[in-house]
Design a protein around this ligand. Structure first.
Ligand SMILES: NC(=O)c1ccc[n+]([C@@H]2O[C@H](COP(=O)([O-])OP(=O)(O)OC[C@H]3O[C@@H](n4cnc5c(N)ncnc54)[C@H](OP(=O)(O)O)[C@@H]3O)[C@@H](O)[C@H]2O)c1
Length: 329
């Protein structure tokens, strides 16, 4: 009996040490790599050149959230930025800052004509090549799988997966010339898919898988590929999720709603509202992206967020325990 207790205590201790190591290791606040050979924290050995801060960084989804904050941070340091915005208002707000090195332009990442215009802009503004592209634009659509429409599924895959893929294909010739960098913003839901965020989790998992494979494919060119994996952060994205779930009550047919527990929506809202209240400042994510952009040795993956150690622990659980934890959701 005491052997069993000792065994459980030992496993618990291992998990705790693992969590602490993960926490320190994923700390982008300090930007110190304590355990360079720890899984998930390897430096990307593809970067053969020093980052060149005088080159343009192309960022998508700069109207709000991480994208907007990143543009402001780079513009404050006078670093050149091509800021793709979905809306005219987004472009005007950035234009009004009057920074000479900041070029805002309209870019719906799902629109091939916008991509073509973007390519021409790069050719005219920085024919020598791009420093980096940050695939930041993203949306969350849908709710539980059965409650989501096929249109929502298509949209979320289009914006979160196919559009970054198209951007990468368009930018690679400009990145090859400079041995530049590709930075994809995935999500902690690519580590553990979240029920109720099924479509979003699927799209970010696809992006994460593509990012990992791409890194091997472009290594020989000296083009580094980094993945930033944020947990919950205060931005419009989360408030939109709760609004969308609430809306589903009125749009999904009663028969489907009746097949789920009566308080399904309330439990989901409690989960997302709680996550929103506990979420981190988006500044941490922006710091991680800046590290990926300009550090001499960028990390392969930046897992940023208070819940990351817990998520990694959940992921390491045996299936039975993992299922039991989700039953509480
Ligand atoms: N916040 C989080 O907790 C969190 C966690 C994990 C990952 N992420 C990821 O981080 C990235 C940035 O999100 P955020 O949190 O900063 O949320 P956000 O404020 O909603 O930013 C996303 C931006 O993308 C823009 N966008 C949407 N569709 C677009 C399109 N077709 N073309 C171009 N731009 C488009 C949005 O424009 P509009 O505002 O005009 O729609 C918005 O400005 C996303 O990829 C998101 O999935 C966020």
């Amino acid at each position: 009996m005491s052997l069993l207790v000792d065994g459980i205590a030992f496993i618990f201790l291992l998990y705790t040490v693992h969590a602490i190591v993960q926490y320190v290791n994923t700390s982008v606040v300090a930007n110190i790599n304590f355990f360079p050979f720890f899984p998930g924290q390897q430096r990307d050995l593809a970067r053969l050149s020093t980052p060149r801060e005088e080159l343009y960084t192309l960022i998508t989804g700069c109207d709000t959230g991480f994208g907007r904050l990143l543009v402001e941070a780079l513009a404050n340091e006078n670093k050149p930025v091509l800021a793709g915005c979905l809306t005219e208002t987004g472009v005007k707000v950035l234009e009004s800052s009057g920074r000479p090195n900041l070029i805002p332009f309209l870019l719906d990442v799902t629109n091939p004509a916008d991509l073509e215009r973007c390519q021409k802009l790069i050719q005219s503004v920085c024919p020598e090549g791009l420093g980096a592209v940050v695939n930041n634009a993203g949306i969350s659509q849908g709710y539980l799988v059965e409650w989501s429409t096929m249109e929502e599924a298509r949209q979320v895959l289009e914006v979160n997966f196919l559009a970054p893929l198209a951007m990468i294909k368009m930018c690679l010739p400009f990145l090859r010339r400079t041995r530049g960098r590709i930075i994809n913003i995935s999500s902690a839901s690519s580590i553990i898919p979240i029920p109720g965020l099924s479509l979003y989790s699927a799209s970010k998992s696809a992006l994460s898988a593509m990012t990992q494979a791409l890194r091997q494919e472009t290594k020989h060119m000296g083009v580094a590929v980094c993945e930033v994996v944020p947990g919950f952060a205060y931005t419009n994205l989360i408030s939109r999720i709760t609004a969308m779930i609430t809306e589903k009550r009125g749009t999904v047919c009663k028969e489907i709603q009746g097949a789920y527990p009566e308080n399904r929506i309330e439990r989901s809202l409690a989960f997302f509202n709680g996550s929103y209240r506990r979420s981190m400042s988006p500044d941490f994510v922006v710091q991680a992206i800046q590290h990926a952009l300009f550090s001499r040795f960028p990390k392969v993956k930046y897992q940023v967020g208070k819940e990351i150690p817990l998520i990694r622990m959940l992921k390491a659980l045996p299936e039975v325990a993992y299922e039991a934890v989700w039953a509480l959701y």
